[in-house]
Design a protein around this ligand. Structure first.
Ligand code: ARG
Length: 461
């Protein structure tokens, strides 16, 4: 390798294994575009401030564009002995334009350089995932609207035991609500990280008369960071991104779990599209929900990326420590993972077929209208606790004799409570149960229709 950019005080060459261990170019080359954007803004500002001459700025600027073109063309030679993206770019610039390249790093440190590169990347990633989350949100909303027309009914569960019937649209709208907050978390994080650390230099600022506001503006940041130690030493912007990723991954994992269950032979609620399922190499009948299983499984690594960086950061004294080089791969990984999962779900959900007859029948089983019978009694003045007790007795009787509530005889009902008769139990269909739940945010079709109107308005204001 060539002489290190920091080689001045060193007499002995770097150990080979140390070089390998120390190098980040294998992954941080992904920041090349951001790195060069940062350098272009920095050098232009150095010119305006009279720190570099116009000629120097012109030479360095043209050189950086040349390096960028090589990188984009895939002809750039990334060298491990040049350690990281910053020194690869700078050394390539020197190969191209000679010693004047050395003036680019005036009033700058790799510490503020990497901080600005990584903030640029993470901000873009946050906004991109916000957009992709919004797309899935729109898809789920369209599904909610589609299934409202026919008032498809789904069993609602607690403890994975049938609880009360709900509209399938209501179920979709629950995910719309979660995805709306997920998107908001990415946008909030992007807004909070919208500050440029460039010009913090190594840790303490610099004696050079920089215009940090100008470079911040040029790079699309709202403002420069206010404290140089914080600017180079903090990674909570990445932590916030990773936690927004983790929460989104948790939601997608819950969705996955539900779809996996619903697609089983035992549930039979949905048929997943052939395009998004796989077969078995031995069992010819199999159609496996691999996309959902992987989406559920990948939540593990997305959580891990958050926990990993929290752990890296917690023991580091201010300001920069090499530990912080470990901040990038998790962010790249969570970003890539969620980009693909969000896209796959946006494609898969509209192609998933819901079997309304099966879901409706399932919603009627498990005494799902027992609460409605209790409410019927309570409306006649019976205290709800007493009504609950009475209906509990009826459910016990029905289940001991393998019947549904509507199979109970007039005598049995009247014996349980004089206000009950067979007509009551028969009226309490799943459809009536759903229709009755008119409370704000409830599953009645009118309420869900309103929720859809509001959600559309929020999506396209
Ligand atoms: N590759 C380093 C990182 O990703 C760049 C900053 C290095 N700074 C330093 N003083 N060694 O964190």
């Amino acid at each position: 390798g060539d002489r290190k950019l920091w080689g001045g005080r060193f007499a002995e060459a770097t150990d080979g294994l140390v070089e390998l261990f120390n190098a980040s170019v294998g992954f941080d080359q992904r920041l090349a575009e951001q790195d060069i954007r940062g350098s272009l803004a920095h050098v232009a500002m150095l010119g305006r401030q009279g720190i570099l001459t116009e000629d120097e700025v012109a030479e360095i600027t043209a050189g950086l564009h040349g390096v960028l073109a090589d990188i984009r063309a895939g002809t750039f030679e990334w060298r491990l002995d040049r350690e990281d993206v910053h020194m690869n770019v700078e050394a390539a610039l020197r190969d191209r334009i000679g010693p004047v390249a050395g003036k680019l790093h005036t009033a700058r440190s790799r510490n503020d350089q990497v901080a600005v590169d990584f903030r640029l990347f993470t901000k873009e990633a946050a906004l991109d995932l916000a957009g992709k989350t919004r797309e899935l949100r729109a898809v789920m909303l369209a599904e909610a609207e589609k299934h409202l027309e026919t008032e498809v009914i789904l069993p609602g569960y607690t403890h994975l035991q049938v609880a009360q019937p709900i509209l399938l649209s209501h179920w979709f709208m629950a995910y719309v609500a979660m995805l709306e907050r997920d998107e908001g978390r990415f946008r909030d994080a992007a807004e909070r990280m919208d500050e440029s650390p460039l010009g913090s230099s190594a840790l303490a600022g610099t004696p050079w008369p920089l215009d940090r506001h100008a470079t911040a503006r040029e790079l699309g940041f709202a403002r420069p960071t206010a404290n140089s130690l914080d600017g180079v030493g903090s990674r909570d912007f990445a932590l916030e991104f990773l936690s927004a990723c983790a929460i989104l991954a948790a939601h997608l994992s819950r969705l996955s779990e539900e779809l996996i269950l619903y697609s089983t032979f035992e549930f039979g609620f949905i048929t997943l599209p052939d395009s998004h399922t796989t077969g078995s190499s031995i069992m010819p009948q199999k159609k496996n929900p691999d996309v959902s299983e992987l989406a559920r499984g990948k939540a593990g690594r997305v959580f891990g990326n958050l926990m990993g960086l929290l752990t890296v950061v917690k023991g580091t004294p201010l300001a920069y420590n090499k530990d912080l080089q470990e901040d990038k791969e998790g962010v790249f990984d969570s970003y890539d993972t969620l980009s693909i999962v969000l896209r796959l779900y946006a494609e898969m959900m509209p192609k998933t077929v819901w079997h309304a007859d099966v879901t409706r029948a399932a919603a009627a089983r498990g005494y799902s209208t027992a609460t409605d019978v209790a409410d019927f009694l309570a409306r006649q003045g019976v205290p709800f606790r007493e009504a609950h007790e009475v209906v509990g007795g009826l459910v016990g009787l029905a289940s001991r004799t393998s019947r549904q509530l509507w199979d109970l005889t007039d005598e049995e009902l009247r014996a349980a409570h004089p206000l009950l008769n067979a007509g009551v139990a028969q009226q309490l269909t799943v459809q009536e149960s759903v229709r009755s739940r008119q409370s704000f945010g409830g599953t009645a079709p009118d309420r869900v229709r309103e929720a859809i109107v509001n959600a559309k308005q929020a999506l396209n204001p």
